[in-house]
Design a protein around this ligand. Structure first.
Ligand code: ADP
Ligand code: ZN
Ligand code: MG
Length: 492
């Protein structure tokens, strides 16, 4: 029994081969072939449906330009060629959530081909070939439930029917479950950077089918098993790990792995057979007669290429070099494009240690507060302007470090940092008299510490500084308090 799979995927002379197919939901306003809204998340069932996405006979589809552009942008971000000509095809099958009886997809001439994705896995640089990127439409959904009279019913909700999807097919270049996970994370990050998909996994906006086989080193590819139904990175990794071990066990005991589709059962931690090669679908693809083929001009491709943002891998390296921050910090700061944008706006301030300060504040304080508030990962609780003002106030001595940390969670949305600090009485007291008054009070309250200090135990000043600051409500700066204290202590 094999129970460990190495990072290189090799075990007992076997090599793991993985190729992933990813479906990502495109962030367009309307559906793929009609004008219905594609934002179905909170809509009551069957309220976003028309004759096209409802599959009425004779209704004609119209192409969504934004979806085509998103597909091309993705292809370009994945270093693909964009063929000058592509077309749409019907993929026929019967299912109750598929009202037309077919999906309009792309078969032999997709939007983008022949690319690659570079990513880091286990500290090493890796490259996976991208076979193709094509656009298609989502199906509706079945809701299974027990109705009021106790009868089990299946209800159809067509709000998702016709929502734009793209499929990204990768070459079988991955060699371990960890590598498959790292590839998926890098791919999802790129889609979010380009802004073509939220790729939110819990909402099903980023779904993966994983193909996996094992072979003896140097031998031709083995029969692949396709694993479906995984909805987290962890599930993909676990499912693949299970499947690799299962396949090696079969081969190791002289058996043969059959080509089949298997489903991942999360709570049991195993895959089960869903359909074998003999039961495979015959989709009877043919060109979609209701939509014209697409001619993609070089001008359109170059216009879209100009819209691509800097890719996350490049940005990570650049930030580390330009701002002198560590690799790990750079990776964390570039995880989301919006966070990296905010960081760079603040870090670029001249003549200060802003790059370091901003990295610390974002990674230690802002992300902690973001988590506590349940904000989405791309949204920090301060704007760039607010963080800048906070750091300016610290540099100018208007806020102590302690007061800044106390202030942070109380800064309202869009509120000016100094206004918030003033309202909360957190600005540094710079009136010398007030501080001197607090110092005198402190010396009266703590005569023992005063005597200790005057007797040469100068460390006692720490207690006096602490008490004075406490008496000012934390608003006096430690340096100023020390100076006034030293004056008063040596005064007699
Ligand atoms: P199918 O025609 O069954 O859909 P494809 O050749 O289109 O198969 O490949 C689908 C996916 O399976 C791709 O992501 C590809 O990388 C992967 N794949 C193909 N052959 C293998 C294999 N022997 N082992 C693992 N993955 C494979
Ligand atoms: Zn519609
Ligand atoms: Mg395929």
């Amino acid at each position: 029994m094999v129970d460990e799979v190495g990072r290189d995927g090799a075990d007992g002379g076997y090599e793991t081969v993985i190729g992933l197919e990813v479906h990502a939901q495109l962030l367009t306003e309307s559906k793929m072939y009609c004008g219905c809204s594609a934002q179905y998340a909170d809509a009551p069932p069957n309220t976003l449906v028309c004759i096209v996405c409802g599959g009425f006979p004779g209704a004609l589809p119209a192409l969504n330009q934004a979806a085509i552009e998103a597909g091309i942008l993705t292809g370009l971000a994945l270093n693909c060629d964009i063929p000058a000509f592509c077309k749409l095809d019907r993929k026929n099958y019967f299912y109750p959530d598929l009202p037309k009886g077919y999906q309009i997809s792309q078969f032999d001439l997709p939007l983008a081909v022949n690319g690659h994705l570079d990513f880091v896995s286990g500290g090493a640089q890796r490259r996976v070939g991208i076979t193709r990127v094509h656009i298609e439409e989502d199906t509706g959904r079945l809701v299974h439930r027990t109705d009021a009279s106790g009868v089990e019913v299946s209800l159809v909700d067509l709000n998702r029917s016709g929502v734009p999807l793209m499929e990204i097919v990768g070459e079988p270049d991955l060699r371990s479950p960890e590598e498959a996970r790292d590839y998926l994370m890098a791919l999802r990050q790129i889609l979010r950077y380009v802004g073509v998909s939220t790729s939110n996994m819990e909402e099903g906006a980023f779904r993966c089918d994983a193909n996996v086989s094992v072979r003896e080193r140097g031998c031709p590819l083995g029969a692949k098993v396709e694993v479906k139904n995984m909805n987290s990175f962890r599930a993909v990794e676990r499912a693949l790990r299970f499947e690799v071990i299962r396949q090696i066990d079969i081969l190791g005991s002289g058996g043969r792995v059959d080509q089949e589709t298997r489903g991942w059962v999360e709570d049991r931690g195993l895959t089960v057979s869903q359909r074998t090669k003999e039961q495979a679908h015959d989709y009877r693809y043919f060109p979609e007669p209701d939509l014209p083929p697409l001619v993609i001009s070089p001008e359109m491709v170059s216009t879209l290429r100009a819209r691509l943002p800097e890719m996350p891998g490049h940005r990570r390296t650049r930030l580390a070099e330009r701002y002198g921050i560590g690799e790990l910090e750079a990776a964390l700061l570039t995880a989301e494009r919006e966070v990296a944008d905010l960081y760079e706006t603040v870090a670029a301030t001249d003549g200060t240690d802003r790059a370091r300060q901003a990295a610390n504040w974002i990674l230690n304080d802002l992300t902690g507060l973001q988590r506590a508030r349940g904000l989405p990962v791309e949204r920090l609780p301060l704007t760039a302007q607010q963080l800048q003002d906070l750091l300016d106030a610290l540099d100018a001595g208007k806020l102590t470090g302690r007061a800044a940390k106390e202030l942070l969670p109380q800064i309202g949305e869009g509120e000016a940092v100094l206004t918030a600090a003033a309202n909360l009485n957190l600005l540094v007291l710079d009136e010398e008299d007030v501080i001197r008054g607090a110092v005198v009070e402190t010396m009266e309250a703590l005569p023992a510490a005063v005597n200790d200090y005057r007797a040469g135990k100068t460390a006692a000043i720490g207690r006096l500084i602490g008490e004075t600051i406490r008496r000012t409500g934390g608003r006096a700066s430690p340096d100023q308090v020390r100076r006034v204290l030293e004056e008063e202590l040596s005064g007699q």
